[in-house]
Ligand binder design. Structure first.
Ligand code: PDD
Length: 278
C-alpha cells in the first residue's frame, strides 16, 4: 500500500513522521476525507476549499495549490486497484527541533493515504441504525476540521459502551448540533431540517450535497436549530458524511424514531445521492 508523505511515495508501513511533529505532540493540524467513486472524486474541489479554510483559520500556509493537490490525489488513486476509495489528507504544522507551544516556521507535514470505500449496504440501511445522545463537550471552532478529535472519540466510546451505532451531540440548552463524525438531518411533516452552519458544526460536504439535492428536487428543507425534543419526535433522522454517505437512524436513547425503519424521504435523497457518483 503506497502513501504520500512530504513529496515521497512510499509503502504505508514505512511511512514515518518525526516524534517532534506538532501533529503528534499537540494535535496541531487539520485533515480532510474525500470520497472517490469509479476513480473520480465526489466534491473534490469543495473538500480542498474546506481544507484551505481550515488551514487559514489555524494560520498554516497551504503547502499546495488546488492543481497540485488534485494531481497528488489522482496519482494516489491510481496506485490502488479499488474503484471506490476514501482519500485521507492530513496537514500539520510540521516538526521543529524543539517542543514549544509557540508555533515556529517550519515546513508543514503533508500525508495522504487511500483506503477502499465499501459499497453501501442498502439492506442494512433500510433497517436503520441506532444512536444515543451525548453532551457536546467540544470547543468553539467545530467548523475547523481539526485532527484533535478527543471529544468525538469519547462520544463514540459512549455509543460503543451503549451497544449502539453512533452518538448524537447535544449542546447545553438542548440544541442538537451533529453526530460524532457526521452532520445531522431530521424530517418532520415532510420538511427536511438541519442545523444552520456555525462554529458549532463542521460544514459537511455531504450536507451541502443533500442541500443541493433538496433544492434540485424541490424537497422542502430548512436550516434551523433542532432541539432534543425535535430530534426525539422527528419522523426521520439521518446522518451524513463522506464515508457513510446518508444513513437513517431509527432508534435514539432506546426510543423508536418514526416508523422504526428508514423513511421515504431518506429513500429519495439516498437514491439521488447514488446518482451523483459517476
Ligand atoms: N468526518 N461532522 C463531523 C464532526 C465530521 O467528522 C464529519 C466527517 C462530518 C461530515 O462531513 P463530510 O460530509 O464533509 O464528510 C460532520 C470524516 C468523514 C472523518 O472524520 O472521517
Amino acid at each position: 500500500m503506497i502513501c504520500y508523505l512530504n513529496g515521497e511515495w512510499i509503502p504505508q508501513a514505512n511511512a514515518k513522521v518525526s516524534v517532534m511533529d506538532r501533529g503528534f505532540l499537540f494535535g496541531d493540524g487539520v485533515y480532510e476525507v474525500i470520497p472517490c467513486y469509479n476513480r473520480s472524486l465526489l466534491g473534490g474541489v469543495e473538500h480542498l476549499e474546506r481544507l484551505q479554510r481550515s488551514l487559514d483559520k489555524i494560520g498554516i500556509e497551504n503547502p499546495h495549490s488546488m492543481d497540485e493537490w488534485l494531481e497528488i490525489i489522482h496519482r494516489l488513486i491510481l496506485t490502488k486497484e479499488d474503484e471506490d476509495q476514501s482519500i485521507y489528507i492530513q496537514v500539520t504544522r510540521g516538526a521543529p527541533a524543539k517542543r514549544d507551544h509557540n508555533p515556529s516556521d517550519v515546513p508543514a507535514t503533508v500525508f495522504l493515504m487511500s483506503t477502499p470505500l465499501g459499497k453501501p449496504n442498502v439492506e442494512r440501511h433500510r433497517q436503520g441504525y441506532s444512536a444515543i445522545t451525548v453532551d457536546d463537550i467540544r470547543w468553539h471552532h467545530c467548523d475547523i476540521k481539526a485532527i484533535t478529535l478527543l471529544p468525538n472519540i469519547m462520544a463514540r466510546q459512549l455509543s460503543q459502551a451503549a451497544g449502539v451505532d453512533d452518538a448524537i451531540l447535544v449542546r447545553p440548552g438542548d440544541c442538537v448540533t451533529e453526530a460524532a463524525a457526521s452532520n445531522l438531518f431530521i424530517v418532520k411533516n415532510s420538511i427536511i431540517k438541519t442545523p444552520p452552519l456555525s462554529e458549532q458544526i463542521l460544514p459537511g460536504i455531504t450536507r451541502a450535497l443533500v442541500l443541493m439535492i433538496a433544492a434540485e428536487q424541490q424537497l422542502p428543507l430548512e436550516e434551523v436549530e433542532i432541539s432534543k425534543d425535535d430530534l426525539m419526535n422527528a419522523d426521520e433522522v439521518w446522518l451524513s458524511s463522506s464515508t457513510r454517505e446518508i444513513i437513517p437512524i431509527v432508534m435514539i436513547d432506546g426510543k423508536t424514531i418514526g416508523s422504526g425503519q428508514s423513511g421515504s424521504v431518506w429513500s429519495q435523497v439516498f437514491e439521488y445521492y447514488q446518482a451523483l457518483k459517476k
